[in-house]
Structure formats: structure tokens, C-alpha cells
Write a protein that binds this ligand. Structure first.
Ligand code: PG9
Length: 630
């Protein structure tokens, strides 16, 4: 029988040289609990965008959740090979899959499977974009197509996404399609100059360059930089300026590198694409929940700025919501029972997605769904580790809040106090040497290593507090809880012997010497709010000006928002330094018109003096609010 089987089968045998890769292949999908459609949607200018639609099998009258991405729609819709929708979608989508949503990912124009030109964070139509299309129209056209062509849908669409994908969500809100019923922008890039990916207050973020290599050297996925050096501290230092680093890897040839290097100041190019400014011009009509992590190491500025801009327009207080968790960048979509050494006792991101975001989405997207009990502001209070429902944000601020800011002054002997210094003397100094910049994490610096990069904002600042080029002021151990809810404001009176300078200010929670429940946190210095300011912009972000050497100047800038309790026994610390490397490019400390093109001779040591005396009383103005009992 065996022999006859072989002989009998001979006619059907496959020729040895039959090509082994078919023109197309589809694995049987009958057992899948979803149907996947891969197609092109035509935009108003004829450009076709690659779109992947995942429909729960047998769905009808289901809502659609759309994400527009520069990160490969096919891959976003295929986390694992699996017959189950919850397993193929991103981890953060598990609740959506369980709730019967249709899930759509689309490549933005010019990336991966989509036609058209790619322009980084494409500006809206207007002075910076003379074409007929932008992310506003592409979202509109896509939603229009989806509600007319996905028969299983109920005609209601939501958008969510984080970071660049959060930016595309906000873009859709500039002129929303009527079928767009709800939006959840997470960690969105809003203003690349003020405090998101490319710069913070004018200081350039070096990880932008490897990002360009990955995103804009090819239509698909670009290669990492071949530095040949293990420690980024060395490779960036040796290259000199940021331009020198870009040039070494050919990135200076890329148009977007050129655009960034041609616009070091906050000029019309940056102002014209700042999404909070654009959104501030219209009253919100789509319920929007802005989501951000307390320790977002990439886009810590954008969500708060967009929330504030839209809040000012939300006259009936019905459209605009804020949710902040104890997360890293995009941490809301991953497991978040802790961050670095911090432990939260539960998966805070899952809690949020399941108990807060999903009912919020359902309310607006599912026919007949119950009204969700959504707080205007949901903010995880760090330090006490608990969620707080708040009526608004911030609770204390410089202007327009019920509670004003409370200046915490730098005092003698490197102490801090709420009482103002009265004496006519009081100055501390350090030498900032651009040849030996202060690292932002202990060396060797591996910016590409997720284990270093993702939790770095909660890393122990003790590694830097005793450097001679870092000033550390610390309070006595607190007797009572000190609670802050808002953005602290730096009010620094400083002089430099150079003609330009960076000022890095860190507000830190110093743990007690001994923490019995978690010994490794004994004496830990936890960054609560930290940022950098490039001194040339002290009078105008748009028009830089050289600093007069050795003249006292005032530097005033906001630190990132925080909702934190310094617990009894903890101490408050403020660290001040003039470099944060290689996260930020070095300030040469000699004024040159464009820092990107600073020459080796421009990089000079400078003596920095920080004043703490009457008339020049440096302080961190804290958004202190009355204690609410834990
Ligand atoms: N932070 C990333 C990014 C956003 C927007 C522009 C460029 C980079 C991101 O995670 O998508």
C-alpha cells in the first residue's frame, strides 16, 4: 500500500525546481477570533494611505478605535502571531479587544506602506505647509472612509495613541470629523522646542539624532548609529558640537536635521507648529482625555500644555480631562507596577486603562453605554502612591489659581527655607567645564539601552550631588508632609564669567537615611521635577542675547508638573548645574550665534555664581497646597 501510494502519487509530485516562495501566501484564518483587512485609503489629494483594520469576528454595530502612526501599522497590528485579537494587538489594547472594538492602524503619509512625502511632525496647512494636506485632513478623510466602508461599525470613531501617535490624535482635533466622538492623546509631542523631544527651553536633545537615523533615512526602519564607542558620553564629547555629531553619521544631509539646525531659537518655525497654540484657537467639541506620565523622559511638556490650552476654551467644563500616572514615556500602555526602584503595589497602567479609560471610551463610542464616572483630573500622587481625583489642574500656580506659589529659598550652608534671606551677602559658586560635563546618568552612558533610558528620570541623583560642579541645597528632615500640585517655577539669580550658560535645576525628594521596607532606598535622591534652560533665552525665547559676563541676571522658567508628597522624615533638595550630558548638547559658554556650529575654541570653562541675598534671592517657587490626609 505504501509503495502504491508513492507510485500513485507520482503524477501529483512537486517538481524539484518549482519555486519555493509563492507569489502570495495566506495561512488559514478560520480559527481566528478576528478578521484582518489590509488596504489603501485614498486621501483628498489622491495619496493612498496604508491601513490595517482588525475586526472582531462576527462584530456588528461596533465602535472603531483609530491610531495613525509613523511606526509601521502592520507591525502595530501584529504584536504576536496568534489566532486571538487580544494577542496580536499591542498590550495596552487588551481592554479594547475585550470590549469588542474594531481596531485600526494607519501608516502616516510617506512612512512604511503609505504613499506621499514624509515630513517630520508635518505642520498644519498654513504658513509652514502650503499643501492641501496635513494630519488634520488625513485623519478627517480616513474617518470619513471608515464610517462609510466598515460595515461592522456603528459609525462612531475614537482615536488614541502615544507620543508621535498622540501628536496625530491632537492633530485630528484641530478640525474633527463629526464621527470622531472621543480622543485619548497620550504623551503627545506638542512643542518640539519648549519641552518635548527635540529641545527643552532651547537646549538640544542629542537622542533626536539617532531618532532621525531610525525614522528619516529610509521610508521603513533605519539603522541605529554605528558609533563604534560603548559610552555615549565619549562619542558625543569627541564630536564637539551637535552639528559635528550629526556630520559624523551623515545626518547633516537630512532635511529635518537642516531645519532643526537652522532654527535654534523659538522662532516662527517652532511657534507655528506648537499644537497647544493651534488648539487654543478653537473650543473643544470632542471629549478628550490627555494622558501623561509623571516621569515622561521624552514628551513631559506636551500633554500638560495641550490640556491647559483646551481647558481655557472648555467653557462648560465638559470636554477636557487630564490623567497622569507614575509612568515613564508611554508607560500607560505597558505594565506599571513600578518604575526603577519605585514600587506602586499594583499595575497602575492596567488600573487606568481598565477602570478609567475604557469606561470613558465606552461612554462616547458604544451605543447605550453608561456614563462613566470620570474625574476632571485624575492624578497619581507620587510619594504617597495613590490615585487622586481632582477638580482641576494645577492646584497652585503663579497666576489664576486659588493658591499662589511658595518660594523655597536657597540659604547659607547649602540649606533651603521658606523664609526670605535679608542679608546683603550670600553667593555660592562652581566652575562649569565643558570638557567635563555633568552626566545625566552614571557612566558608561548607554542612551539606547531601554533599561537605562526608560526609567532614567527616577534614577538616584546621589551620583551627582557631591560633584564640585553641582550645587546641592537641602532642607532639614521634614516634620510634616509637604505636598505640591502644579509646576514649580525656578527663579534663579546667577552670574557667569562666560557669555552664555545653561542652568539645570532639579527638585529632589531625599529619602530618610534608612528605609526599613526597602533598604536600597535609604538616602535615595528622587528627581521630582527637573529641567534645563539655555541662558541666552532669558529675556526672549525668540531673540537670544549674549550674557554680560559676571553680571547678575534672573533666569525664570517652569519645571515639569508634579503631584508629589515629601513625607515626614524626607528632605527637599535642589541641585543646580550647568550641563546634563550627553542628553543635552553642551553650551560652549561663549556666546556664538548658532550653538549647533560652535567651534572647539568656543568651549570654555566658566565660573557660575548663584546668589541668595536680599534683592537677588534665588528660589524655587513651589506649588505647595494644604495637606489632604492620605
Ligand atoms: N518621543 C517620540 C517622538 C514623538 C514625536 C516626534 C518624534 C519622536 C515617540 O516616542 O514617538
Amino acid at each position: 500500500a505504501l509503495l502504491s501510494g508513492l507510485v500513485g502519487g507520482a503524477a501529483a509530485q512537486t517538481a524539484p525546481m518549482a519555486p519555493d516562495i509563492p507569489a502570495s501566501f495566506a495561512a488559514p484564518s478560520d480559527d481566528n477570533d478576528y478578521v484582518k483587512r489590509d488596504l489603501m485609503i485614498t486621501m483628498r489629494d489622491g495619496v493612498k494611505l496604508h491601513t490595517v483594520i482588525v475586526v472582531p469576528k462576527g462584530a456588528s454595530g461596533a465602535p472603531i478605535m483609530l491610531t495613525r502612526t509613523p511606526y509601521n501599522a502592520s507591525r502595530r497590528a501584529q504584536r504576536n502571531a496568534s489566532p486571538r485579537m487580544a494577542a496580536i494587538l499591542p498590550l495596552g489594547d487588551e481592554v479594547l479587544a475585550g470590549a469588542g472594538y474594531i481596531r485600526v492602524f494607519q501608516d502616516v503619509r510617506g512612512k512604511y506602506g503609505s504613499e506621499g512625502d514624509y515630513v517630520m511632525t508635518r505642520p498644519v496647512r498654513g504658513p509652514l505647509n502650503g499643501s492641501k494636506s496635513d494630519h488634520v485632513t488625513d485623519a478627517w478623510d480616513t474617518i470619513d472612509w471608515l464610517v462609510k466602508n466598515v460595515p461592522e461599525s456603528n459609525g462612531k470613531v475614537g482615536m488614541l495613541g502615544s507620543s508621535y501617535e498622540g501628536f496625530t490624535v491632537l492633530m485630528a482635533l484641530v478640525d474633527p470629523h463629526p464621527a470622531l466622538k472621543v480622543a485619548v492623546p497620550m504623551s503627545p509631542m506638542v512643542d518640539g522646542w519648549r519641552g518635548d523631544d527635540w529641545f527643552h527651553n532651547g537646549a538640544f536633545r542629542m537622542p533626536s539624532l539617532p531618532y532621525f537615523a531610525g525614522q528619516i533615512t529610509v521610508k521603513g526602519s533605519g539603522e541605529p548609529l554605528a558609533t563604534g564607542v560603548y559610552d555615549d558620553y565619549d562619542s558625543v564629547l569627541r564630536a564637539g558640537s551637535a552639528f559635528g555629531y550629526a556630520q559624523k553619521f551623515g545626518l547633516d544631509q537630512l532635511n529635518f536635521t537642516k531645519k532643526v539646525f537652522e532654527h535654534p531659537a523659538y522662532d516662527a518655525y517652532w511657534q507655528g507648529q506648537a499644537l497647544d497654540r493651534i488648539l487654543a484657537k478653537r473650543a473643544p467639541t470632542v471629549p478628550t482625555m490627555h494622558v501623561i506620565g509623571q516621569w515622561d523622559q521624552e514628551d513631559i511638556y506636551g500633554a500638560h500644555a495641550a490640556y491647559a490650552a483646551m481647558e481655557a476654551q472648555d467653557k462648560d467644563n465638559a470636554m477636557n480631562f487630564l490623567a497622569v500616572g507614575p509612568w515613564r514615556h508611554s508607560g500607560v500602555n505597558y505594565e506599571a507596577a513600578g518604575l526603577g526602584p519605585l514600587k506602586f503595589g499594583a499595575d497602575t497602567a492596567l488600573e487606568f486603562r481598565r477602570d478609567v479609560m475604557q469606561p470613558f471610551l465606552d461612554q462616547y463610542l458604544k451605543d447605550g453605554a453608561a456614563k462613566a464616572d470620570t474625574a476632571p483630573v485624575l492624578f497619581y500622587q507620587t510619594g504617597s502612591n495613590r490615585w487622586q481625583r481632582l477638580p482641576q489642574w494645577p492646584l497652585a500656580c503663579a497666576e489664576g489659581c486659588a493658591t499662589a506659589l511658595s518660594p523655597l529659598y536657597l540659604r547659607s550652608n547649602f540649606s533651603l527655607g521658606f523664609d526670605q534671606p535679608h542679608g546683603s551677602t550670600g553667593v555660592d559658586e562652581y566652575v562649569s567645564d565643558p570638557a567635563k560635563p555633568v552626566p545625566f546618568v552614571p557612566r558608561p552612558v548607554r542612551m539606547n539601552d531601554g533599561n537605562v533610558w526608560k526609567p532614567w528620570l527616577v534614577s538616584d541623583q546621589r551620583s551627582f550631588s557631591d560633584r564640585t560642579d553641582v550645587l546641592s541645597y537641602v532642607s532639614p528632615p521634614l516634620r510634616n508632609r509637604l505636598q505640591i500640585s502644579g509646576a514649580a517655577m525656578v527663579n534663579l539669580f546667577a552670574a557667569t564669567s562666560g557669555s552664555d550658560a545653561d542652568w539645570v535645576v532639579k527638585l529632589i525628594d531625599v529619602y530618610p537615611d534608612e528605609v526599613p521596607s526597602q533598604p536600597e532606598l535609604g538616602g535615595y535622591q528622587l528627581g521630582v521635577a527637573m529641567d534645563i534652560f539655555r541662558g541666552r533665552y532669558r529675556n526672549s525665547l525668540e531673540q537670544p542675547a549674549a550674557i554680560v559676563p559676571n553680571q547678575i541676571e534672573r533666569y525664570r522658567f517652569a519645571l515639569p508638573n508634579a503631584n508629589h508628597v515629601f513625607l515626614p522624615g524626607h528632605r527637599v533638595m535642589v541641585q543646580i548645574q550647568s550641563s546634563w550630558f550627553p542628553l543635552y548638547d553642551r553650551n560652549p559658554q561663549t556666546y556664538v550665534p548658532n550653538i549647533f556650529h560652535a567651534q572647539p575654541a568656543d568651549y570654555q570653562k566658566a565660573t557660575q555664581r548663584i546668589f541668595r541675598r536680599a534683592g537677588s534671592a534665588s528660589a524655587i517657587e513651589l506649588p505647595v497646597v494644604p495637606n489632604t490626609a492620605p
